[in-house]
Each structure stands twice: as C-alpha cells, then as structure tokens.
Design a protein around this ligand. Structure first.
Ligand code: ADP
Length: 392
C-alpha cells in the first residue's frame, strides 16, 4: 500500500515556485501525470522548451519537496517541453487529417480541452504533414501488437505509401529492436528531433531516448506528454500514414493517449484466446469511448502452420476470428499464424515483410495494409478531430 497520498504530494509541490513567474508550479498548471505507487512518486513538469535547462533547479526542488514527505521512497520528476507559454489564449487545435474532396461531412476540428494540470497553449500542431495517424492497440500485452504494428508499417511502405512508426509503448519499447535500429536521434537545432529510419520507414521510440533501466514509475507520468512530444517535436515531414504502436491495455494512460492523439482510426490486435475472453472488446470500447473509428481486427497467432509438413492446425476453433469480428461489427483485416519465422525475424530486427517478402506471411501483412489503406482513403475516417471528452 502507498504510504503517501496524492493530496500530500500536491501540497508539497505547491511549495515550489517558478522563479520567473512568481507563483507555485501547481497554480501555474505545470505539473502533470502524477503517479503515486507504493511510495514511488513520478510526475512531469511542463516547461517552455526555451526555459528547459534553466528550470532544472525547479525540477530538483520539486523532487526534494516530495522526497521529504513521510512514506515516499523515490521521486522522479521530469521536465517536458511545452511549446508555448500557458495562457496565451491559443487553444491547441486538432489537426485536420487527410481531408479529401468528396469525403462528405466530417467532424469539425475542435479546440481540445486542457488536461488536468495542463495548459492548453500548444502552438505547434502535432505532426501537421501526416495525413493519417492510426493506432495499433491490444486489450492486453503479449498478443503480438508490436510485431503486427511493425509489419503493418513496413507493408504500407512496400505498398507505396510514405510511413512513420511511433512507438508509444513506453513501458516496453520494442521498435528499436524490431526495426533493427540503434543509436540516438539527431537534433540539429537542439529543439526538434529527426526520426531514425530503417527499411524506408521513419521511426521514433522512447527506447532511443530513455535508458532501458529507467524505472517504470519514471515512465508513468511521461506517457501523455512524451507521446505528444514525439508527435509535435519530431520532424516527421510529409507522411501518408503514421502507425502508433500503443501501450498495451486499456487503462487511463491509453485512454488519454487515444483521446489526445488525433487518430484517423485504430487497428486492434487480438489472439483467439483474447477474442474468446473478450479482451479485444475492451480495446474496441476504449476507442469507441473517445470516438475513434475501428479500422478492424487482426487476429494474431491465429493458427499454427507446421514447419515440417505445412499442415494448418487451428489451435482454437477455425473461423472464430471472423465470427467474433462479425459479432462486434468490425472488419477482420487478416489472420496471422503462430510461426517461428515471424518471431525470429521480428525479434532479430528484420521483420518478415522485408526479410521474406515472398512468404505467405508477408503477403498476409500486405493484404492487411491494403485493407487499412482502403479504409483510410475511403469515406468515414479521413479527417478526424481529437475527440473532446472529459476525463474523470
Ligand atoms: P506485444 O506488443 O503485444 O506485447 P510483441 O509484438 O512484443 O507483443 O510479441 C510478443 C512475442 O511474440 C515476441 O517475441 C514476438 O516475436 C512474438 N510473436 C508475435 N507475433 C507472433 C506470431 N504471429 N508468431 C510467432 N511469434 C509471434
């Protein structure tokens, strides 16, 4: 059990002043993403990027103030860049994604609500030259979401689209490994980052920025602001599709993400067990709640193809994916078998779509990518506004 309450952390933070603005950091709305878990506390302090380094003492002071509380065993405060001074009256506008002639009436972009403890002064649009941002999500971890996101991104590229891959799974970033990328991204002007790239796909991941040993509690508060930053402060350039590999699950962090990122649609990755246990439904419901259309389901580890005789064994009842998709009223984009080659290529940094482009598996991903693009290019999910919901 936690030995310290959120209230006492907020009170401690109220004792920390922003020296330039003469008010405390809570009153100024600079603190966000507070997490208190068993005496471990994490939060982000949002600052204008130009003041970043100058505010390091404030960050330290905030850590010290919280660490002094009884029952606190560790504190991690991070400074996150905020592109404009709060209170400049410029509410963040949801970007207008991929509007095409003849698409019919789409929801109008709305000013987005500031989140708890945040200000709404984001002058810079999130990835303004990206036509479609899609989420690849799952009801729980370990179903092959990242493997699927990677292969879908590569397949979209092979199909002739310009593609980026944003690894939002900051608890377990796997894109550096799966995309075979090491090193750190460049920042020519010290403010904006250039994405890394491999196999023709641009990639950004917390894995490039944060040490793998960084404790979880440190990452918790970073989820919301980190993803926004990876959209806003990374030079994605012109892209047809940006594939977001979401953190697994359907908790608050995921919901907030789905709400804050202007998504054209979501692809839900499931396994047959997952479908049976209705975990996939949680994923669907999460996106419905925030008014993001579901592009479809990918059933992963759907069947087993014997590497010796090539015989297909349906581990679970055949056709279950299609039946469940029909029941849920969503498209089954494809079924991917459980196959060593998929695991070995993904885990080896050379995913199957590029490693074995002629294989049946690569072709299955290409078909999924085609279906996704068809939905994006068609009516209904083109221009999205970030939905405007209240978080409890
Ligand atoms: P998640 O993102 O849902 O946690 P990952 O994509 O990291 O899952 O996959 C978990 C493990 O399962 C990885 O080792 C991956 O290579 C493997 N895997 C994913 N899909 C398949 C598949 N269709 N066949 C075999 N192994 C797979």
């Amino acid at each position: 059990m936690s030995g310290v309450s959120e209230e006492s952390v907020w009170s401690a933070l109220k004792t920390v002043q922003d020296p330039d603005r003469g008010q405390d950091i809570v009153a100024l709305g600079m603190v966000s993403g507070l997490v208190v878990k068993q005496g471990n506390v994490g939060f982000a302090i949002e600052v204008d990027p130009d003041r970043g380094e100058k505010l390091e003492p404030v960050r330290k002071q905030a850590e010290q103030a919280v660490l002094a509380l009884k029952g606190v065993s560790s504190v991690t405060a991070v400074l996150t860049a905020h592109s404009a001074e709060p209170g400049d009256g410029q509410a963040a506008r949801a970007p207008h994604r991929g509007a095409r002639p003849g698409q019919g009436a789409q929801p109008q972009a709305k000013p987005r609500q500031p989140q708890h403890g945040q200000q709404s002064g984001q002058a810079r649009e999130m990835a303004p030259h990206v036509k479609h941002i899609i989420a690849v999500a799952s009801g729980k971890g370990g179903v092959g979401k990242s493997t699927t996101a990677t292969n879908i991104a590569l397949a979209l590229h092979v199909n002739g689209h310009s593609v980026g891959l944003l690894d939002a799974d900051i608890y377990g970033p796997s894109q550096p490994r799966m995309m075979g990328i090491t090193g750190k991204p460049n920042s020519p002007d010290g403010k904006r980052l250039e994405p890394m790239a491999n196999y023709g796909v641009k990639v950004m991941s917390m894995g490039f920025l944060v040490d793998e040993a960084t404790p979880m509690v440190w990452r918790g508060p970073m989820v919301q602001s980190a993803i926004q930053q990876m959209l806003r402060d990374v030079e994605w350039g012109e892209l047809d599709v940006l594939v977001v590999d979401m953190p697994p699950g359907t908790g608050d962090a995921q919901l907030t993400l789905a709400q804050q990122v202007p998504l054209s649609g979501a692809v839900i990755v499931t396994t047959p067990q997952d479908l049976a246990l209705l975990d996939a439904t949680k994923g669907l419901n999460m996106f419905r709640k925030v008014d993001v259309p579901t592009i479809g389901l990918v059933e992963n580890m759907s069947y087993f193809l014997c590497p010796h005789c090539g015989e297909r064994s349906d581990i679970f009842a055949a056709g279950g994916g299609q039946r469940e998709a029909d029941k849920l009223g969503v498209e089954l984009l494809g079924e991917i078998p459980l196959d060593m080659a998929i695991r070995e290529t993904a885990d080896g940094g050379h995913p199957i779509v590029v490693a074995q482009p002629e294989s049946a598996h690569a072709k299955a991903y290409l078909r999924i990518a085609e279906r996704i693009w068809r939905t994006l290019a068609g009516a209904g999910t083109g221009a999205r506004s970030a939905p405007n919901i209240e978080m409890k």
